[in-house]
Write a protein that binds this ligand. Structure first.
Ligand code: FAD
Length: 411
């Protein structure tokens, strides 16, 4: 029997291998990872791990656990192509391995702007543990970091570098931080928090060139206005590009991710894709979520689909980030909201609730974990309406209780 071959041993791939077993699949599973490491968590790379964390805390589980589950884990192997006719993956070392189903879980890589100097020593992107180790070594050798891009990874690294005592400048091309994910209210809160923490944030500004010093290493970032910001290290954090090269080379449809249906199927039903590399075509358009929750939930759902196990209900999307001493949490589909309401949390912090056609569709919070958790429950049951929130004293716990009981009555 040919194995289910999983290409990419990150959050989605490793979870899929484990979930296949949990769903009762007893056939062969081959998990192939391009990095030479046991599958590990990425979020700490810009947070605790970069601040001197312990590498042994990164893996999801030890290598032996995969063997114990009967999952054949091979690391340090790149899949270069699919031979769909022969139903085989082609590896960089020339091997061809047959599959019954192949799942692309190849994640994303850092986007790099078309600027002179991005290849200079001392210029970094951050996706892998090796990237974090290289960045960490350079942070130890300088006192000035320039971050290009005010998105999640850039801002988390800026926070960590400040904690490590560096002078940090973040340059952001638009007029706000985390603009792709956060609304204007919380974006402003975040800006104030970063500035209060001593990070020098320059909005509406673009880098023109990364410049070298006499030693050939990075020495600074020249801005479009001609000013040069001195830097001993530069982090490029302008976003991520899904890794679609294997799918694209196989002629599968790609558009900001490997296009799949809601059962994660490409046009070839034996080729599926999940996690950061996938773009799911649904009734409301194409959804691309890049988060740990999305990767692990898609993996669980695909395992259930492949094994005929009980269907795993579609999860409420959520995301978190830790930066500038605060915790940002986003739940649901705030981008589709047409009306917003800002409330202080019961135990502090702030949450912005978003409504579409009068019904709650998502929320974003700073330091308001209780509201975030309540929203996740509300969205998973019967979401309340805008009118339910009109009483400023309305307690989210009451709305949660009502929403749960409405679900059980309708179910
Ligand atoms: C620094 C950092 C901080 C983050 N912080 C957060 C956070 O706080 N909260 C959050 O929700 N999300 C966070 N994320 C995003 C989160 O890590 C991703 O959404 C998640 O890892 C996606 O899982 P994945 O399995 O799709 O991809 P990945 O975990 O990236 O795994 C993909 C794997 O596939 C391998 N691969 C690619 N191509 C091939 C090939 N051809 N052959 C073999 N192997 C291949 C790659 O080497 C990689 O190991 C962070 C990401 C980074 C980089």
């Amino acid at each position: 029997m040919d194995p289910i071959v999983v290409v990419g041993a990150g959050h989605a791939g490793a979870q899929l291998a484990v979930s296949l077993r949990e769903s009762g699949y007893d056939g062969p599973v081959l998990l192939l990872g391009g990095e030479g490491e046991v599958p590990y968590q990425r979020p700490p790379l810009s947070k605790a791990y970069l601040h001197g964390g312990n590498a042994s805390e990164l893996p999801f589980r030890p290598a032996e656990a995969y063997a114990a589950l009967g999952v054949d884990l091979e690391t340090g192997v790149d899949v270069t192509a699919l031979d769909q006719e022969a139903a085989a993956v082609v590896l960089a070392d020339g091997r061809r391995l047959r599959y019954s189903t192949v799942v692309l879980a190849t994640g994303a890589e850092a986007a790099v702007p078309p600027l002179p100097g991005t290849a200079l020593p001392g210029v970094h992107t951050l996706v892998t543990r090796a990237d974090a180790d290289a960045l960490s070594a350079d942070l130890a050798a300088t006192d000035r970091l320039v971050v290009i891009g005010g998105g999640v990874v850039g801002l988390e690294v800026a926070t960590t570098a400040r904690k490590r005592g560096l002078d940090v400048v973040v340059i952001e091309a638009t007029d706000r931080l985390m603009g792709r994910m956060l609304g204007a209210d919380l974006s402003r809160v975040l800006l104030d928090r970063h500035r209060a923490g001593g990070v020098d944030i320059r909005l509406d500004l673009q880098a023109a060139e990364i410049v070298a010093g006499a030693d050939g290493r990075v020495a600074g970032v020249r801005l479009v206005d001609g000013v040069v910001l001195p830097a001993g290290a530069v982090l490029i954090g302008i976003g991520a590009r899904p890794r679609v090269e294997v799918a694209a080379a196989a002629g599968l449809a790609v558009d900001g991710g490997v296009l799949v249906d809601q059962e994660f199927r490409t046009a070839d039903p034996r080729v599926r894709a999940i996690g950061d590399c996938a773009a799911v075509v649904g009734p409301d358009g194409v959804q691309r979520y890049r988060s740990v929750q999305n990767a692990t939930d898609q993996a669980r759902r695909l395992a259930a689909l492949l094994t005929g196990a009980l269907p795993v209900p579609a999860a409420v999307p959520w995301f978190w980030s830790e930066q500038a001493g605060c915790r940002i949490q986003i739940a649901g589909d705030l981008a589709s909201a047409d009306r917003y309401l800002v409330r202080a949390g019961r135990r502090g912090g702030t949450t912005v609730f978003g409504f579409r056609d009068g019904v709650l569709v998502g929320a974003e919070s700073v330091d308001d974990a209780a509201s975030h958790l309540a929203v996740r429950t509300l969205l998973a049951h019967v979401p309340p309406t805008f009118d339910d929130f009109l009483d400023p004293d309305v307690d989210l716990r009451d709305l949660v209780a009502r929403s749960r009981s409405a679900t059980s009555l309708s179910g």
